[in-house]
Design a protein around this ligand. Sequence first.
Ligand code: C5P
Length: 397
Amino acid sequence: MLTDKRILLILTGGIAAYKALELIRRLTECGARVTPVLTRAAEQFVTPLSVAALTGEKVYRDLFDLTNEVEMGHIQLSRSADLILIAPATANIMAKMVQGQADDLSSTILLATNAPVMIAPAMNVQMWDHPATQRNLTQLYADGISVVGPNEGDMACGEFGFGRMSEPVEIISALAAHFGSGPLLGKKILVTSGPTYEPIDPVRYIANRSSGAQGAAIGRALIAMGAEVIFITGPTSVPPPKGACITSVQTAQEMKDAVIAALPVDVAIFAAAVADWRVSTVSNKKLKKSIDGPPIIEFSENPDILACVAQMKKDRPSLVIGFAAETNTIVANATAKLQRKKCDWIVANDVSPETGIMGGLMNEITLISKTGAEAWPRMSKEDVAKQLAERVAKALC
Ligand code: C5P
């Protein structure tokens, strides 16, 4: 499954480093060629000798090592892999990656590489939950880093919670998905994301507070499972998922045109917060203050892209998923929306300001289908995306 894939494995210093030995064994069994790099702290947990014995490769440890530089310089090392995997990834290496530090071999490789990077974080639950680590995690996602785990469970320090490194088999499946052998391989999935901007005049527009974070996370999760993703996004500062085919739009009408042009697809996920109305007549000159008082703006209804695609006779995707951002009677409103628009599932959530969901890192959704409503616990938008992608994969098989 990973035959001849060149994995540069960076071990950083956490107790979970002992699991990295098992990971190396399994990676080599799957046909991968593992080049190991150890930080100084990692050497406190595993010996370079055991890593060399298991990989059958030279262990790289120092930035300023003349022998290494003659054999393979650190820049060449950083470019020689199909993927760089950090397992375990400590809070420290995550912070260094965010800062772009390059003060040892592993951090320099990470700054110099042009290969995809995947991390398997492992740390104490308080360290994982700390706002600084969570901020770093968000930035790493935005920088296109793939993240596997951590899992919830008992920890070596005696505490319980999120922070355990993913098991080697889980890391191997994430790698397999990355290299295109995931359950959504061969599936074409359209995702809309972000807000739309509806112009009033050349300088003003009407918009909403959607950050596009949930849509981008869904795109990343689908790509990680092997899907070909067409990502149609309104204006947002959140980076689009790496590896997606991206179309940027401003208005609802432009989004609709881009969606129709992308069909046929296997699945369509409408995560965008599309403006319901547009200004009927957009002024081609900036509206001026006047003694007659403020302008009266007339609105027209925008096309409902989700309803239009869900009700297509020809080219209807086999799974059409809408979102319902509500502030009251969430499930009833979202269920009515499912029936009215004729989509297959609705992902409903409460976007009242006190939930912190709109523009935040976390989400709490109810997945509504024809068979009923299923409330999911509060979790990160990345986890909502991963679990939704798994549901999509199950529904398609
Ligand atoms: O009706 P409402 O805007 O609440 O519906 C939300 C769902 O419908 C979202 O999935 C959104 O992407 C989609 N939608 C759309 N086109 C519109 C309005 C909403 O695709 N004009």
